[in-house]
Design a protein around this ligand. Structure first.
Ligand code: SF4
Length: 338
């Protein structure tokens, strides 16, 4: 149960998981197999790629008052020269480690702890072999988790493998990040980071978890102070020139003074990441999934209601700070670099 977990020592746990989640010499990553998992019960289509993949339908609409979600639909459409879409399919692979334990995570915690019963070491080419053998091949490949940035080599190796196969112009690579570590900068050489940044048709998203330190810690089981580090980590990606976007989850224990807290949150996005970054950030509505049912208690049910109040506060902040034209523009047009 999530509430029974102690506060996670993120630095120590991340080091521990990284060792178990990568074989650098063989260029292999520990990849989740969904067969028999609780997560598998929530999938709308059977798993593919021998159980190591799933197809996800990214859909633009979210229920009112939540904003429509253009990620990764619009970045992928722009990169691949596709028309305006309201839905796009992605081939998803998950690495089998994550440093946090969000109560609302739609992944079984067993699929986040390097459990060999549910995962196998695979190279980027192993995954692409499975992908090209499928009859249905989405044009988006999403490296998810887990926390892909515990093993940032994965994104680089996948990007390189896509290029070697001549798929660079026909596939869009999208990677998820929970903004919990700086491993991209610690474990990749500067020329490798630059190669990844410059790779065609590559975008990434980082997820802010909570609107303040208290909601962040309630959601993730990480220390409250790490709430503030998310902004610095995102700023580093923006400054380096990555095509990066944000998600935000707004569950929390209380909606007291929500307008003040949300105003501070949006201030942090603007002052610590980029003045336009709120326009590249999409709040995601948390729902219930099979793996979350056993974790949810009264406080989590309340947290679902808190996110609705938070959403109104977010909308009010964006209306104050940006014009209707800016808010209606395609998300890819909010450029963060020259
Ligand atoms: S950071 Fe993401 S993968 Fe990890 S527990 Fe939270 S929601 Fe799940």
């Amino acid at each position: 149960m999530n509430e029974a977990l102690p506060i996670i020592d993120t630095a120590k746990f991340s080091e521990h998981l990284r060792v178990r989640g990568i074989r650098t010499e063989q260029q292999q990553i520990l990849i989740t197999n969904f067969k028999g998992s609780q997560q598998e019960q929530d999938l709308s289509a059977p798993t593919n790629c021998a159980g190591y993949g799933r197809i996800h339908h990214f859909r633009r609409p979210q229920p009112h008052p939540w904003p429509s979600n253009p990620l990764p639909i619009d970045p992928a459409a722009r990169a691949l020269g596709l028309p305006q879409l309201d839905e796009i399919q992605a081939q998803v692979f998950q690495n089998a480690i994550c440093s946090w334990r969000c109560w609302y995570c739609f992944v079984d915690f067993d699929l986040l702890s390097a459990n060999p019963a549910h995962a196998q070491f695979m190279s980027a080419d192993d995954l692409l072999d499975l992908y090209v053998a499928e009859r249905t091949r989405p044009v988006v490949i999403d490296l998810s988790g887990g926390q892909p940035d515990l093993v940032p080599e994965w994104s680089l190796w996948m990007s390189d493998a896509i290029a070697r196969r001549g798929l660079t112009t026909s596939v869009y690579l999208w990677t998820d990040d929970n903004l919990s570590n700086d491993y991209l900068w610690r474990f990749l050489k500067s020329e490798e980071i630059e190669r990844l940044r410059r790779s065609a048709n590559y975008g990434r998203v980082g997820c802010f978890k909570g609107f303040d330190e208290k909601s962040f810690s309630f959601n993730t089981k990480a220390a409250p102070a790490l709430f503030y580090e998310q902004f610095g980590l995102m700023n580093r990606l923006v400054t380096a020139g990555f095509d990066v976007y944000g998600y935000a989850t707004f569950t929390g224990t209380s909606d007291n003074e929500m307008h003040i807290l949300m105003s501070r949150f949006v201030d942090s996005l603007q002052e610590q990441v980029h003045p336009l970054f709120p326009l590249r950030t999409i709040p995601l509505r948390i729902g219930a999934f099979t793996p979350t049912k056993g974790r949810m208690r009264e406080e989590h049910v309340k947290a679902m209601a808190v996110q609705e109040t938070a959403m109104y506060a977010w909308n009010a902040e964006l209306e104050k700070r940006f014009s209707p034209e800016q808010r209606a523009a395609n998300i890819t047009l909010h450029r963060l670099s020259q």
